[in-house]
Design a protein around this ligand. Sequence first.
Ligand code: SF4
Ligand code: SF4
Length: 445
Amino acid sequence: MSEGTVELVKQAGAVGAGGAGFPTHVKISAAVDTVIVNGAECEPLLRVDQQLMATEAEKVIKGLEAVMEATGAATGIIALKSKYKAACDTLEQLTTGKNIRLFKLGDFFPAGDEQVLVYEVTGRVVPEGGIPLKAGCVVSNVETMLNVANALDGIPVTDTYVTITGEVSQPLTLKLPVGTPVLEALALAGVRDTGNIAVIDGGPMMGQVLEDLSVPVTKVSKGFIVLPAEHPLVKNKTLSMQDIIRRSKSVCIQCRMCSDMCPRALLGHSLSPHLIMRGLNYLQAGSDTMKSALLCCECGVCELFACPMLLSPKQVNAAFKKELSGQGLKPEPPVGEKPVSQFRDYRKVPSKRLIARLGLSRYDVPAPLTDTTYSPRAVYLPLRQHIGAPAIPTVEPGQRVVKGELIAGIPEGALGANIHASISGTVRQVSDFIEIRADRERGGA
Ligand code: SF4
Ligand code: SF4
């Protein structure tokens, strides 16, 4: 294992750029035989990774090679959809003669769920409740690989790539300083009036509707989808838990479509959302059936594609997960092994049909990667943009900082990630975030 790479990645503050923000230096400290770059980008409308794999292919490969070396992996695989033709062509050329190969995925959802991906690429099933490491794999996002490559050159994570699309005049993908207010990001895509819109942070399946547009873009932001406030998807995502539970108890017809289509259940995991929905009426949270909610990855297939009654097993599971995790409960190791479903291949959700079902077909358009450089007047960097403990500030109000300077570090002995100034300027505020005002008083593209 290369401690040099791990330490450089730690210093750079790299975290999983495509998910919850697990600190990358910890992930790549493991020993595995296979490293998979997750280039599936299966969330509809997002266009970051597919374009980065074409335009920054050399860096993606450099990052992958470094992670392979750090983990001792003999095999490196870049998994991406065959429809990403430009990326496939470029990567194919650049990986010729290397111990890296491409794996071309079909166009289905959720191809990018890491457990689905591991099975697609290696044929191995990650045990339920486990992580890809249990199947000898590290899975890492495309942008994370870019950040690893930068870390090797001493460049910390100060920017992130996002797609801004939906009900906007100019859908686009661009690099923004971490901490840029979402409202300013939206303006770059032509959004001027936010009166009757809703904004989903992330993809339409797993993203959440933002309640406050002044929140900042973080290291894990991937995209912002602007929709009319009355769009059914927005209504679905803003329903109260009380209403979700009430509807579930009274309307679920126990058709079990949610369980039949569940990607984790299809891998043989002991997850049956229809039983959890049934249990809402009479089972306690601590019962085995309800505890199986811990195996849900919250992909949303059950609620946004499978259920004919427009119910939300995913959100019920998410609520139980929260309650059970609060009690310190974790998924228990599986008893025996259940086979992968023989129907799995037939139950993958085709992306186009999913987009149509979500009512998003008119927004399924390109969002070209631009080289626009945006310089915000101020950035707001949360001390927790990652899994683990919040970073500890190393700066004080009034202090001048330059872009790339460390402004908050990992607490001693804790899981966490460093945070660096994403612009040069003066620190104005230090609380649960750090505000930096730019040297100049004008922002602009
Ligand atoms: S969200 Fe639904 S479909 Fe997805 S893993 Fe959870 S129960 Fe299964
Ligand atoms: S698909 Fe909907 S109606 Fe059918 S069992 Fe699942 S939650 Fe109930």
